[in-house]
Design a protein around this ligand. Structure first.
Ligand SMILES: Cc1cc2nc3c(=O)[nH]c(=O)nc-3n(C[C@H](O)[C@H](O)[C@H](O)COP(=O)(O)OP(=O)(O)OC[C@H]3O[C@@H](n4cnc5c(N)ncnc54)[C@H](O)[C@@H]3O)c2cc1C
Length: 291
């Protein structure tokens, strides 16, 4: 199907963007990587009056570290996340997540800002943002505000974005020697959206005791699903086969997966248990893994 007729404007600064949004009215839509938006146009699932292309706004680009915060510009592409040295060092979960997203052609255009704005329940990056305790930086003509990722995602394809507001960056606390981060998922074919996935971030002290845990699932609910009970069972304990089994058991109270095109609740719960074991086993020291 062909796209509906619409206007197009390319802006090069935030000031230009605010003027363009004001001139185009409420039916205008922002275009970043286009990897989700352009498909919705082709299927006539959306019909914006004007597409406003933000890909040349320098203020939305780049990755930097200031103090203990890694700032990732909204226009950072998935492929950039996979190869950026600062991301690899300070937020290894994101470096691991990026190659799991779709295929190279999509990763070369899709952006972190677009992925977070879309709030797809099967997407990797929203779950990572919640697991990492990230903050989403938003801007509007009236100024800037920051929202914890855990508050930003509000349900199926719903994020805490006000009309006319955009994501400018994501801020992630930098990983320390105590941080353990990983992401695991199950897909039908390489590059497919996950049937189920888990972004896991733990902090461990020098004695190997878990001081905080965030297990966040994707592809098994209406958004990034925090497994609070399972995360709590890990806190204050050393990782072992027993504590991993306890976390797996707690998932039944945490997750209430709906049926989707991949399968029903029991299958999703099974996958969640499998992913929990895989993710947490990866954090065990080698001697414990062999035990
Ligand atoms: C075949 C295929 C497979 C895919 N597989 C996966 C996958 O496995 N995992 C995954 O996570 N994703 C997957 N995607 C989605 C892909 O990652 C998208 O690129 C991403 O979700 C959206 O990013 P974008 O930059 O392309 O946004 P766009 O498509 O440009 O925009 C998406 C939406 O976000 C809004 N938006 C964009 N940027 C901003 C911003 N800075 N502030 C506010 N609103 C903004 C737009 O207005 C639009 O509503 C897939 C896409 C395709 C086509």
């Amino acid at each position: 199907m062909k796209w509906p007729a619409m206007g197009y404007a390319r802006v090069e600064s935030l000031d230009e963007l605010w003027r363009a949004l004001d001139a185009a009215g409420p039916e205008a839509q922002i275009l970043a990587g286009g990897q989700s938006l352009l498909a919705t146009l082709a299927f006539r699932l959306s019909a914006p009056s004007t597409l406003i292309d933000i890909t040349r706004i320098a203020a939305l680009k780049g990755v930097s570290v200031a103090g203990d915060v890694l700032r990732i510009g909204a226009l950072t592409r998935h492929a950039d996340l996979a190869r950026d040295a600062l991301v690899a060092r300070h937020a290894p979960m994101l470096a691991k997540a990026a190659p799991l997203i779709a295929h190279p052609a999509i990763r070369n255009r899709g952006t972190i800002g677009g992925s977070l704005a879309l709030a797809d329940p099967a997407a990797e990056l929203p779950a990572c943002a919640v697991a990492l305790g990230a903050t989403v930086v938003l801007a509007a003509p009236t100024g800037e505000r920051r929202v914890a990722a855990s508050d930003f995602f509000q349900g199926l394809f719903t994020a805490a974005l006000e009309p006319g507001e955009i994501i400018t960056a994501v801020e992630v606390p930098v990983a320390t020697a105590s941080s353990r981060q990983t992401i695991v998922e199950v897909t039908r074919r390489s590059g497919d959206y996950a049937m189920a996935g888990l972004a896991a971030a733990l902090e461990m002290d020098g004695a190997g005791i878990v001081t905080s845990a965030r297990l966040v699932f994707f592809g098994i609910g209406s958004g990034a699903e925090v497994a609070r009970g399972a995360s709590a069972t890990l806190t204050g304990k050393a990782l072992s086969a027993e504590t991993i089994a306890a976390a797996q058991a707690a998932l039944d109270g945490d997750l209430d997966p709906p049926t989707d095109l991949h399968g029903g609740p029991e299958m999703k719960r099974h996958l969640a248990r499998v992913l929990t074991r895989r993710a947490l086993t990866a954090f065990l020291v080698p001697s414990e893994q062999a035990a």
